[in-house]
Design a protein around this ligand. Structure first.
Ligand code: ATP
Ligand code: MG
Length: 692
């Protein structure tokens, strides 16, 4: 089945054939005249980039598709394997087709390795022991710290030894409920070192959510801290853990050990409630252990971690990733999508409680021997300049964040940005939602001084790493487009019947092959894994997202397919309408959903947050509607604009349209699970404003 692509790819090399998503690259510069929206990388940037031209990308991409085993083995060989994977023609086994039996994905099976060894020991042996592995910036301006690779390894080993001592061994689960202290990545790496499976739970989740996850994976220990300051608030994490453990015990599972980091800047030790025999202070115990710890070699297919999705669409799914393929994939995607150089200082604003913090705060960068900034605080505390203060302080060169933060900083005004130098910045990145073209431009022009390419990385908890992403310097960018697939990834767009559609088209985004970083199952529920991802379109991995491919082959994520609105037969993605609204200078943020409409089938209902200080008015309603009419067409004009002081978002910053749909259709008793909302009070505010 791959042959069609392979076939057209090989003809492409002679310049004659065509493969839809590669047309643009092959056309290269010829494209510029037709498309005003293209943003070209500077000659200066491209000439130093790892992938410096469309042709070079194409050559590497072609190899990765024609010969995935060869392509990935060559990369995998640069890592340390205690025992190499069996030398077979194919280094992976895959069945993505439910009609052919159980869904199964394996990469490098039989090879023995360890991701912690590869991230730390290997880099130290290569002479980077004294390089800074992590800078830590606390919530307050004057709190900071750092660890070299050697120091980081020592701390990881001490914790690993402690965990072994309390009986954690290979295959056991450990739940980590920590804020962004360096102890969080340390805890992840310590688990990985001894072959334990970490399950990081974002330290903002309620006791209920934490308890559910504890009962699900039955950890040998929970690692937490007494409290944390986030912005001006103090959150008592240990109390949440205590409550979760009472609840989990009622549901049949008791946790034996709770390891507590005393975070004295947020809360004194003495005021922490304590359960003797179960609770242990990290600082009293862990530093007593040796700073070396033998590595537990694990099979490439042994589980590395368990992590729940953000829950934008409903009940979070427990995604399971294994070791070898994930290691190779996160390292490689990090390197190319950020054009990583050993002199870079990298900062990703995501929390380790999300996949982005796993793949691109911890594993991907450390596997490359990078220097990472770990930030505990809130990006707008004490004010909207905080990010640029941190960028200048550490000379950050690679800055990776989410559209929600870009939009909020854009609303706060340019002065917060421009009063900082930001000269060190080289590449910017975005993840989590489609980035609205107007937010993209602001990010590019104001933050990056029109100099830094933006990597708009499309991927999912399930995919482990980037799937569709620009490679900075390789090709011209279009604001708002995630551009082209990463090496080894074959994205396809299918229609309702599951038939692949080519050329300029729009439909359901699927992937037709496996890649090393793919998740292997949903923890304890392989049936749900197959039903959710592989049954909707047999033969493909279904992403749940909608996607449009333009005439030049660029990919545009249009939002989740469940959110697509059908107005008088026009299928409209949420992202397009929202971007049109956000382009209005007085609109800070927008979320649109479909509501039943007598004539049109569905009507468009838009929730709009205005820039601070702008009053609601009928005139503004009209001018917002006009913005959509102008940019998309009259058929996409909102039927209703609902003023929204705030929008319901997941704790990872994504808009939860599922809840907005219920508010729009006044089904207020059916709001569903709101436990993953960052601020549930937003919902009441919206309901109160329904008739305005
Ligand atoms: P759940 O699956 O529980 O509903 P979730 O999908 O929000 O939660 P994640 O795995 O954190 O959980 O998010 C992946 C999703 O985020 C993608 O499927 C896509 O909808 C969106 N996304 C991520 N990055 C991008 C991007 N660069 N452009 C567009 N959408 C993106
Ligand atoms: Mg999802």
């Amino acid at each position: 089945d791959h042959l069609r692509h392979v076939g057209s790819l090989s003809t492409l090399s002679s310049g004659a054939g065509k493969i839809p998503h590669l047309n643009a690259i092959v056309l290269g510069e010829g494209l510029a005249s037709e498309e005003n929206d293209l943003v070209f990388p500077s000659q200066e940037f491209s000439s130093q980039a790892l992938v410096s031209s469309p042709a070079q990308y194409l050559e590497m991409y072609r190899k990765s598709i024609l010969d995935p085993s060869g392509f990935w083995s060559e990369i995998a060989s640069q890592f340390y394997w205690e025992k190499k994977w069996p030398q077979q023609q194919q280094v992976y086994t895959e069945n993505l087709d439910v009609r052919n039996g159980d869904i199964k994905i394996e990469w490098f099976k039989g090879g023995m390795t360890n991701i912690c060894y590869n991230a730390l020991d290997r880099n130290i042996e290569a002479g980077n022991g004294d390089k800074i592995a992590m800078y830590w910036e606390g919530n307050e301006l004057n709190q900071d710290g750092s660890l070299t690779y050697t120091q980081l390894l020592h701390q990881v080993c001490q914790l690993a030894n402690y965990l072994k001592d309390i009986g954690v061994s290979k295959g056991d689960a450990v739940v980590i409920y920590l804020p962004m202290l360096m102890e969080l990545p340390i805890a992840m790496l310590a688990c990985a070192r001894i072959g334990a499976i970490h399950s990081v739970v974002f330290a903002g989740f309620s006791a209920d959510s934490l308890s559910q996850r504890i009962v699900d994976c039955k950890p040998k220990a929970v690692i937490t801290c007494n409290a944390v300051r986030r912005g001006s608030k103090v959150i008592h994490l240990k109390e949440i853990v205590d409550a979760a453990l009472v609840d989990s015990a009622k549901n049949g599972f008791s946790v034996g050990v709770v390891l507590n980091y005393a975070n004295e800047s947020a809360m004194k030790r003495e005021s922490t409630k304590w359960t003797d025999g179960r609770d242990i202070w990290w600082q009293d115990t862990v530093p007593k252990y040796p700073t070396t710890c033998a590595v537990e070699w694990v099979d490439a297919e042994d589980p590395l971690f368990l992590l729940y999705t953000s829950g934008s669409t409903g009940k979070p799914k427990g995604v399971l990733h294994t070791t070898g393929g994930y290691m190779i994939y996160t390292a490689t995607t990090f390197k190319y999508a950020f054009d990583y150089k050993s002199s870079d200082i990298y900062w990703c604003t995501a929390d380790c409680g999300w996949i982005t913090g796993h793949s691109y705060v911890t594993y991907g960068p450390l596997l490359n021997g990078a220097t990472v900034v770990v930030f505990e605080g809130a990006p707008n505390y004490p004010n909207a300049s905080r990010c640029w203060d941190i960028v200048d302080k550490y000379k950050v060169s690679l800055f990776y964040t989410a559209p929600t933060l870009v939009r909020s900083l854009m609303r706060d005004g340019d002065e917060f940005v421009t009063r900082y130098s930001r000269k060190s910045l080289r590449v910017l990145g975005s993840v989590g939602e489609p980035i609205n073209p107007s937010a993209w431009r602001w990010f590019f022009n104001v933050v990056g001084d029109s100099r830094c390419p933006i990597s708009d990385t499309w991927w999912q908890t399930e995919t482990g790493g980037f799937m569709i992403t620009p490679l900075p310097g390789a090709w011209p960018q279009k604001p708002g487009s995630a551009t082209f697939p990463f090496f080894g990834v074959l994205p396809v767009i299918v229609d309702e019947k599951g038939t692949e559609i080519d050329g300029e088209c729009s439909g359901y985004l699927c992937v037709k092959n496996s890649w090393p970083g793919a998740f292997r199952t949903l923890y304890g529920d392989h049936d749900r894994y197959e039903t959710t991802y592989f049954k909707p379109f047999p033969g493909y991995y279904f992403t749940g997202d909608g996607c449009r491919r333009d005439k030049d082959g660029y990919h545009w994520l249009t939002g989740r397919v469940d959110d697509v609105i059908n107005v008088s037969g026009h299928r409209i993605g949420t992202a397009e309408v929202e971007s049109a609204l956000v382009s209005h200078p007085q609109c800070a943020e927008a979320a649109v959903v479909g509501v039943e409409h007598e004539v049109k089938g569905q009507g468009i209902y838009a929730f709009v947050t205005l820039v601070d200080g702008v009053p609601y008015s009928e005139e503004l309603r009209k001018s917002l509607t006009l913005a959509v009419r102008k940019q998309i067409g009259a058929f996409a004009a909102p039927d209703k604009i609902h003023w929204a002081p705030g929008l319901p978002k997941t704790r990872s910053g994504k808009i939860m349209r599922r809840i907005l749909r219920k508010i729009a259709s006044r089904q207020l008793d059916e709001l569903g699970d709101t436990s993953t909302l960052a601020d549930p009070s937003v919902v009441d505010q919206l309901i109160a404003l329904s008739d305005q």
